[in-house]
Design a protein around this ligand. Structure first.
Ligand code: FEO
Length: 397
């Protein structure tokens, strides 16, 4: 079902209620997602983005409700990732005279994905195309979140279409931010930022400054996933400025896995030490916790304490993925420590500390190890570690 955003401008995308993992199996999407595509029907007709290939027929059916796809003059390919460019072949087949508008960097990625000799026209920041009553103004946004990423601004209607930026993996029967549950919306927007955009936070901040300096009136921000921001649209821009600064909340997070409960007991004692000092603390057992949800918690938290027993001279395989994510995402302004039980060799704490160092997390206390099951003395040391981390958190603020 199509939705009209403004006169002559339509959402022709698709809601994917059923998807529960994205990027293959890399990113959890508990609330589904949508692939947003927009049709501007003027003297010339432009389609901004397509949808993931399994939904190409739905996209074309939506377009046909408004115009014959053969009449499309321009297809804006903001970004080559297949959730947006996957239906390009089908759309170009239906609109063989259309010109594919893309950033210079997208030539590599669009051709790399599709290997087709389409009519391409590259644009750079500030370039525009007149459709008649509306112009499309383009703003390159490299690494938000791929090199090819580009925003499109529709004059007249004053709608910014920033592709992935400001999006959320959030399926809804509704299209606009004032129609949905605000807590769900912001939970998904933050998870999206934390898991996808964190490493590019400096670029996010600069791009927002650049956009604000352009002084464009903004009636709506229409991203390529989730709901469209029409009620106070700049609220999500302000939230992105806040997130890009990566100033964590006064919260602590204990991530752990355990084999025979020794490391769990240590985790709980560390949590007790933090709680004694009034620090909001959450323990996540990583064997039964969604990795991407945990990363959203990491994003918010100032202190990250990670524990694993030693297995085969290293950490448990259930802890390894989040250590790898921490290294890749490079969260800023985090402090932390490591802990774990062991039986004979006991390398896990050192291995965790190496990963935390590589992730840019400042270790503020020596890692704690407990041989076999922790004694009461071990657990008291864990409580002390929690209290010390609470002190380090206060000192760092
Ligand atoms: Fe929604 Fe980067 O694709």
């Amino acid at each position: 079902m199509i939705t009209q955003l403004a006169e002559h401008i339509y959402w022709v995308g698709v809601v994917d209620w059923g998807i529960r993992s994205f990027h293959g199996h890399e990113l959890s999407t508990h609330r589904g997602t949508s692939y947003n595509a927009y049709l501007i029907v003027d003297e010339k007709i432009a389609l901004v983005d397509t949808v993931w290939e399994p939904f190409q027929d739905d996209l074309l059916a939506n377009i046909r409700e408004i115009v014959d796809p053969a009449r499309i003059d321009y297809i804006i390919a903001s970004h080559a990732e297949p959730d947006h460019s996957g239906s390009l072949p089908a759309v170009v087949r239906e609109a063989p005279n259309a010109t594919v508008i893309l950033s210079k960097r997208a030539i590599d990625s669009i051709q790399g994905h599709h290997h087709q000799p389409w009519n391409f026209q590259t644009v750079k920041t500030g370039d525009s195309i007149s459709l008649g009553r509306h112009d499309l103004v383009f703003v390159e946004a490299p690494m938000l979140h791929w090199p090819d990423s580009m925003f499109t601004y529709v004059t007249g209607a004053n709608i910014l279409m920033p592709n992935d930026a400001f999006g959320q993996h959030y399926a809804s029967a509704y299209r606009f931010n004032d129609q949905v549950d605000q807590q769900e919306l912001y939970q998904e927007a933050l998870k999206y930022y934390a898991n996808i955009l964190t490493p590019f936070s400096d670029r996010v901040a600069k791009k927002i400054d650049e956009l604000l300096a352009m002084n464009l009136p903004v009636n709506m921000i229409a991203p390529s996933h989730g709901i469209i921001w029409r009620d106070n649209p700049l609220q999500i821009v302000q939230k992105y400025q806040e997130w890009a600064a990566q100033v964590p909340e006064r919260r602590a997070l204990v991530l752990y896995d355990t084999m025979w409960e020794g490391t769990r007991k240590m985790a709980e004692a560390i949590g007790e030490g933090l709680a004694e000092q009034g620090v909001p603390v959450r323990l996540l057992h990583m064997a039964v916790t969604d990795r991407n949800d945990a990363l959203a918690e990491v994003f918010r938290s100032q202190a990250i304490i990670i524990g694993s027993p030693t297995l085969n001279r290293g950490v448990l395989p259930t802890i390894a993925p989040i250590l790898e994510d921490l290294k890749g995402l490079q969260f800023k302004n985090k402090i932390g420590a490591a802990f774990g039980s062991y039986g004979w060799s006991g390398e896990s704490v050192k291995a965790i500390e190496e990963h935390m160092n590589a992730a840019g997390i400042t270790l503020v206390a020596e890692g704690l190890r407990a041989k076999w099951q922790p004694t009461e003395e071990n657990l008291e040391r864990c409580r002390l570690l929690g209290r010390d981390i609470a002190g380090a958190m206060a000192a760092a603020r």
